[in-house]
Write a protein that binds this ligand. Structure first.
Ligand code: DGT
Ligand code: MG
Ligand code: MG
Ligand code: MG
Length: 354
């Protein structure tokens, strides 16, 4: 087309280059996966097969595109992070997105049977993608922490749907750990956040009970007994929260001297903790589920890394293996991305991004 009468058309192409030094992050999300998960009878609240399939697609994508150095995902989404000086498709957004999303979707259908042996693929899965260009490593870290927070929050939402009618008419969200840092007030309600692991645990118990033939209200009745003590914990923490709130406006400073707000919260936390063991027992006795083994991937999402490994590429005539260093996608690791510890433990990742 060079120097032809058609060449000028090229100038009409949309300019969508992601400028250096921005880091390229591409996030893929399943379209209408609520319906997709119902059609294919995904287990609630988390379907191991579905999550593993997503992970396999992400890993395949990372193997094929060497510029992607890290990915994080949960539910129906994955974020892919490119190394900082990537020249992949001249850093053009439309090319990157279309490639990633078509590759991912194709692998998803291709690998379906590997993970869902008993379940046919009944409708076409589709994904959409968008680029987030992060100007610095700090922004990227915040972005990932935000996604992980969403992962936690989703679990929380499942829980709220079931718990709300019984215990949370006034108390909506509650976190014994966080509440002191960020007490929040809604319009009519005091908003407190529940510790995410208990949320997940409740949800797992709930759906397992439903699966075993109980209807939803029967399941509630069983779990209600296990949750009654928590109510006291909530009241303790609420109490402590009110005192703290009052202390902001200079009220009851003398009261604060005699009551340790922290101690109250810890008390509540302890009560919730003992409950947790009982629920773990229920899960283990009735369904043979060891809760400790399953909850990291569901709660934290999945991180995929690349690491240098020695790979055998061929064998010599005398049978000796010929080895090469190769970058391979590491298996899932569920970690707390928001913590400083995470980034300290992965200096090579920081080097590739920072
Ligand atoms: P969208 O992304 O706006 O087109 O709509 P959705 O429906 O994909 O919504 P999204 O992405 O916010 O939420 C993911 C949905 O996928 C959520 O409604 C539940 C479903 N889902 C994802 N993973 C699982 C799973 O492991 N088990 C079950 N039961 N559902 C899942
Ligand atoms: Mg979706
Ligand atoms: Mg959505
Ligand atoms: Mg999603």
């Amino acid at each position: 087309m060079a120097n032809s009468k058609y060449e000028y058309v090229k100038s009409f192409e949309a300019q969508d280059k992601i400028m250096l030094p921005n880091l390229i992050v591409a996030r893929i999300d399943g379209r209408n996966f609520r319906r997709f998960s119902e059609i294919h009878q995904f287990e609630k609240p988390n379907d191991r097969r579905a999550l593993k399939l997503m992970k396999a697609c992400a890993a395949a994508l990372m193997e094929d595109y060497p510029d992607i150095v890290f990915s994080y995902g949960f539910s129906d989404e994955y974020s892919f992070i490119f190394k900082k000086d990537s020249k992949f498709y001249q850093r053009r957004e439309s090319k990157i997105l279309s490639l990633l999303v078509s590759f991912f979707t194709a692998v998803y259908t291709m690998k379906w049977k590997e993970f869902f042996q008993q379940q046919d693929l009944l409708c076409v899965p589709s994904f959409r993608a968008q680029v987030i260009s992060c100007p610095t490593l700090e922004v990227l870290q915040t972005y990932l922490a935000w996604r992980q927070n969403n992962c936690n929050y989703l679990q929380l939402c499942c829980y709220m749907e079931h718990m709300y009618p019984y215990y949370f008419r006034d108390l909506i969200k509650f976190s014994v750990k966080d509440w002191q840092k960020k007490p929040r007030v809604g319009k009519q309600e005091i908003i407190v956040r529940t510790k995410v692991s208990s949320v997940l645990q409740f949800d797992t118990c709930f759906w397992k009970l439903v699966e075993s033939g109980k209807n939803e209200s029967e399941a509630h009745e069983i779990l209600k007994v296990l949750f009654t003590v928590s109510k006291h914990a909530f009241i303790f923490a609420l109490f402590a929260w009110i005192i703290r709130r009052l202390s902001y406006v200079g009220f009851c400073d003398h009261l604060l001297c005699s009551i340790s707000v922290k101690r109250l919260a810890r008390w509540g936390y302890y009560l919730i903790g003992t409950q947790k063991q009982e629920r773990n027992e229920l899960l283990f006795q009735q369904f043979g589920i060891n809760y400790k083994n399953i909850h990291a991937m569901f709660r934290q999402g999945t991180c995929l890394f690349k690491a240098q490994v020695e790979d055998v590429i061929k064998y010599k005539e005398n049978g000796d293996p010929v080895k090469r260093l190769r970058r391979k996608v590491m298996k899932e690791r569920s970690e707390n991305i928001a913590s400083k510890n995470f980034w300290n433990q992965h200096p090579s990742l920081v080097k590739e991004l920072g």
